[in-house]
Design a protein around this ligand. Structure first.
Ligand code: UD1
Length: 334
């Protein structure tokens, strides 16, 4: 890897902090821009943290002027799907308008490479349970739309400037640093495994299964859960790809197979060694029955090889972190 600097927006958040740690291990110079609205200073194990917003043109311009930045990895975003439905303008402001601002500054300052956190939410409810990059995009919530708008801006910009990009469409990120140094600390989390682990450690009373009558293997929703370490690594591979002259591209990142809600909860109970308080509820609005990636292109184009495609490892690392968080909340309370 080179001597240039990488700017990571949202680097104090869940996926961002794992990526920053890996960049540190790879010997990269890193500057982190994070407004700490949902991220934590204690999660930043490498690089220089600048507290601020991607929507603040003067600040972004200053950061880009003061550092020799060739690559930007853009994680900073709001990510709670139900909240995006009740407060869409908050999502379009932060995820779309602020990103436009960031892109304008990157363009002005000659940033060469841009890596963007996109999402499988751009597919909405595909006809098949599998989604490939050419599956039509049809988001069903403002969160997905706000991310798709950035994909569009990036595509248009790639025709009008020298900046190249990789947009990574994440499937269901889960798990934490296997050495338990950092993890997912998001307050009021809604993601299945995080909530189940909070129940396991006694932070919540019960986990609800949203729907048991789906046309799936056991009636519960099926998703493609990918370990955060592998997802973070995809960003490092994307940097190599762009620095080696790769063309702009949009890629799914997932393992290509799925687990049901019941299989996830069974794994938590088995690894934790005690039962969870599980309550069955009606379906949650907007949930597709099954969503699994076809993610071959990321392996061939980016030379990405997943190392943590193992449900037990995903669940154990998430549980270990949740116990650590319960016993040492310092720096991770909001
Ligand atoms: C997540 C992502 C979304 C992405 C999608 C890809 C976020 C906030 N969401 O959404 O961007 O497009 O993965 O597949 O990052 N469930 C329960 N009980 C719970 C929580 C969830 O039964 O308490 C079920 C859901 O109904 C669903 C599955 O578990 O079937 C996963 O849900 P969740 O973890 O919330 O992720 P997604 O909604 O898939």
């Amino acid at each position: 890897m080179g001597n240039k600097t990488i700017l990571v927006t949202g680097g104090a958040g869940y996926i961002g902090s794992h990526t920053v740690r890996q960049l540190g291990e790879a010997g990269e110079n890193v500057v982190i821009l994070d407004n700490l609205s949902t991220g934590f200073e204690a999660s930043v194990l490498h690089g220089k943290l600048v507290q601020g917003d991607t929507g603040d043109s003067a600040l972004v311009s200053k950061v880009l002027s003061e550092n020799d930045i060739d690559t930007v990895i853009h994680f900073a975003a709001h990510t709670v799907v139900p909240e995006s439905v009740t407060n869409p303008l908050k999502y379009y402001w932060n995820n779309t308008c602020s990103t436009r601002n960031l892109l304008e500054q990157c363009d002005k300052h000659g940033v060469k490479n841009f890596i963007f956190s996109s999402t499988a939410a751009v597919y909405g409810m595909p006809n098949s349970e599998f989604a490939r990059e050419d599956t039509p995009t049809a988001p069903i919530n403002p969160y997905g739309s706000s991310k798709l708008m950035t994909e569009m801006m990036l595509k248009d910009l790639s025709h009008a400037s020298d900046m190249k990009h990789v947009a990574l469409r994440y499937f269901n990120v889960a798990g934490c640093d296997p050495q338990t140094r950092i993890g997912q600390s998001t307050p009021n989390a809604t993601l299945l495994l995080k909530v189940a682990c909070e129940v396991a450690v006694g932070k919540r009373d019960a986990i609800y299964i949203f729907g048991t009558d789906y046309p799936t293997k056991d009636g519960t929703g099926v998703r493609d859960y990918i370990h955060v370490e592998d997802l973070a690594d995809a960003h490092l591979r994307a940097i190599d790809y762009l620095r080696d002259g790769g063309e702009s591209t949009t890629l799914n990142v997932g393992y290509g197979h799925g687990y049901s809600v019941r299989e996830m909860l069974d794994a938590v109970e088995r690894i934790d060694g005690k039962p969870l308080n599980i309550i069955e509820k009606e379906r949650r609005a907007g949930d597709p029955p099954s969503l699994i990636s076809i993610a071959e292109a990321v392996k061939t184009k980016l030379k990405w090889t997943p190392k943590y495609d193992d449900l037990d490892v995903i669940v154990k690392t998430a549980l270990d972190w949740e116990y650590k968080l319960r016993d040492n909340p310092d720096g991770f309370t909001k």
